[in-house]
Design a protein around this ligand. Structure first.
Ligand code: DX5
Ligand code: ZN
Length: 222
């Protein structure tokens, strides 16, 4: 696969929830490529965050793409609401979809880019027959549910396997969880081109510097 420019997607799960509009504008100004929005339902993952009304309220604060990561059961029931709220990329979990092929078609029919994510234990070949319906593959490098967890080294082999499955298709390979300047280089070498980072950006004192450090580490390794 030809190497793609690295994109950095700050995860607002680690932002100050009482200042969300300001936080979105700050990461936009600091150089974020995408805004990564973690939707959790308290069932698929043991945590609960926000849904379409909050995403809609955030939409006027930036023109950067909203990368909406749905960690929810049966996401096909609410795709339309997320698209209307302003999602650009809608990513569902393969473990949460009974009819993944149909769900991916529905996402594109709504005018969004279609993404699929996988938990750490899920084998990459589960995507082999839906590749032509995909714009983004999101590899979880922690168990989903919380920010600030340690990167799972075993996911590097999965990234390499998926990069080879993608071959020359125009699919972005994204990685989410435990991304720091140190792990950024390793995931970029393994084939990731979109890096999600929560704590590494929002717990830093300087968002622009944190984004630049991740980008430099990934660019110099890829
Ligand atoms: C975890 C979320 C991640 C999380 C990443 O379920 O999908 O996006 O916010 O946070 P860090 O970068 O702190 O591991
Ligand atoms: Zn996420």
């Amino acid at each position: 696969m030809p190497s793609q420019p690295i994109k950095i997607a700050p995860s607002i799960l680690s932002a100050d929830f009482a200042q969300m509009g300001n936080e979105i504008r700050a990461i936009d100004a600091a150089g974020a490529d995408y805004i990564h929005i973690d939707v959790m339902d308290g069932h698929f993952v043991p945590n609960l965050t926000f849904g379409p009304p909050v995403i809609k309220a955030l939409r006027p604060h930036t023109t950067k793409p909203f990368d909406v990561h749905l960690m929810i059961d049966s996401p096909e029931r609410s795709l339309e609401a997320y698209a209307e709220a302003g999602a650009d990329i809608l990513t569902v979990h393969v473990e949460a979809c009974r009819h993944l092929d149909r769900t991916l078609q529905a996402i594109r029919d709504l005018g969004c880019r279609a993404g699929v994510s996988m938990n750490p234990a899920t084998p990459p070949d589960s995507l082999a027959y839906v590749l032509d319906r995909l714009d983004v593959i999101l590899v979880m490098s922690v168990n989903p549910g919380f920010g600030g967890q340690a990167f799972l080294d075993g996911q590097l082999a999965k990234l390499r396997r998926i990069a080879s499955l993608i071959d020359d298709r125009p699919i972005q390979l994204e990685v989410d969880g435990g991304i720091t300047p140190e792990t950024a280089g390793r995931v970029a070498t393994a084939g990731a081109s979109v890096l999600v980072a929560g704590n590494a950006i929002f717990r830093s004192g300087d968002y622009a510097d944190a984004i630049a450090r991740l980008r430099t580490a990934a660019d110099s390794a890829s």
